[in-house]
Design a protein. Structure first.
Length: 156
């Protein structure tokens, strides 16, 4: 069974990621996201999945530089531990380090740009567009921003 790591930040990015839940039964799935405020309740809700957490980095304060640095090591640990063949991500902070690590180890990166942006790129999208093996947009208008992307329509 193919190993797939699904990665996203919390909130809307995670909600978009979980739209792929029907596919989880066909793969050996590991989910990596930012730690929610109530980790115990969250783990209970998704107890049937291998769920792992990164630090919460949802804004651009100076302290987040340290958190991102630590997340790089946490991401490396998760990658080595689970050895996914594919990384599917809907973005934001959690996506960057683990996608770069995956690329170094020749993992296939599938990035799905958020549906929240209709004609402007996200910071994560701009960075991962360069390394993603498959870059999917949810609005046709985003093909002007990312000419090599694939229009996939809405995932929610």
């Amino acid at each position: 069974m193919k190993k797939v790591m699904f990665v996203s930040s919390k909130g809307g990015h995670f909600n978009e990621l979980m739209q792929f839940e029907p596919l989880f039964k066909d793969y050996d799935v590991t989910i990596v996201t930012e730690a929610p405020k109530n980790k115990k309740k969250f783990k209970e809700k998704y107890k049937k999945y291998k769920m792992h957490f990164l630090l919460r980095c949802s804004n651009y304060k100076i302290i987040n530089v340290l958190k991102v640095f630590i997340d790089c090591f946490i991401s490396l640990y998760y990658f080595i531990r689970f050895r996914p063949k594919y990384i599917v991500t809907t973005g934001a902070f959690a996506a960057g380090p683990i996608s770069c690590i995956g690329k170094i180890f020749r993992c296939k990166i599938i990035y799905i740009e958020t549906m929240a942006n209709i004609n402007t790129p996200t910071k994560t999208g701009k960075k991962l567009y360069k390394i993603a093996d498959l870059f999917i947009v949810q609005w046709e208008s985003m093909l002007e921003v990312y000419p090599n992307a694939v229009y996939g329509g809405w995932i929610i």
